[in-house]
Design a protein around this ligand. Structure first.
Ligand code: 5GP
Length: 170
């Protein structure tokens, strides 16, 4: 199945000059969505991970079913002010400004094996932020996976040392 054909290119979104890769056609097709989750499962099923960690909002869509299929826990990473318990936080640079991601401080135990998942790798800022959160609580990253990577941006360089897997390169 050609998963690329289920990703729609939207020019000038969210602002002029940016092409946004819309994954909702893939989500809307049971077979394509299922195949994306199954493919991620095949890549990561032998990592020994006991948690899947993903950031709101689109990361949840892939991370949660993957965790279910692997039979392991799910850790939500959220924007500030959303998580009710004590959090660890990381602030990272964006093209203009910065962003903060938060995780419950007890969501990952020291030495626990963690799989980090997101829908799309662009500049790598979000992924690097999630990796930092796991490192902060001394978890062990055993995999990093994306549905899509944008090959024309530098996210891959940021993550090369860590190593990662993606199903599609655009
Ligand atoms: P990065 O932090 O690597 O620059 O951006 C990746 C994050 O932004 C991901 O969490 C992803 O959900 C979101 N994102 C950025 N650009 C796109 C895009 O074109 N399509 C989708 N679906 N998500 C995007």
């Amino acid at each position: 199945m050609d998963l690329r054909s289920y990703i729609r290119d939207i020019p000038d979104f969210p602002k002029e000059g940016i092409v946004f890769f819309d994954i909702t056609p893939l989500l809307g097709d049971g077979k394509a969505f299922g195949e994306a989750i199954d493919n991620l499962y095949e890549k990561f099923k032998d990592t020994g991970a006991t948690k899947v960690l993903a950031a709101e909002a689109r990361g949840f869509i892939f991370g949660a079913p993957l965790a279910y299929k692997m039979g392991i826990g799910f850790v939500p990473v959220r924007k500030p002010g959303k998580l009710p318990y004590k959090t660890v936080n990381v602030t990272y640079d964006l093209e203009y400004g910065s962003d903060t991601l938060c995780m419950h401080q007890d969501a990952v135990a020291e030495g626990e094996k963690v799989l980090v998942i997101d829908d799309l790798l662009a500049t790598g800022g979000t992924a690097a932020g999630m990796l930092k959160l796991v490192q902060e609580v001394k978890g062990e990253i055993v995999g990093l996976g994306f549905l899509v990577q944008l090959g024309f941006l530098d996210g891959k360089d940021k993550l090369d040392e860590q190593g990662y897997t993606c199903l599609l390169t655009l």
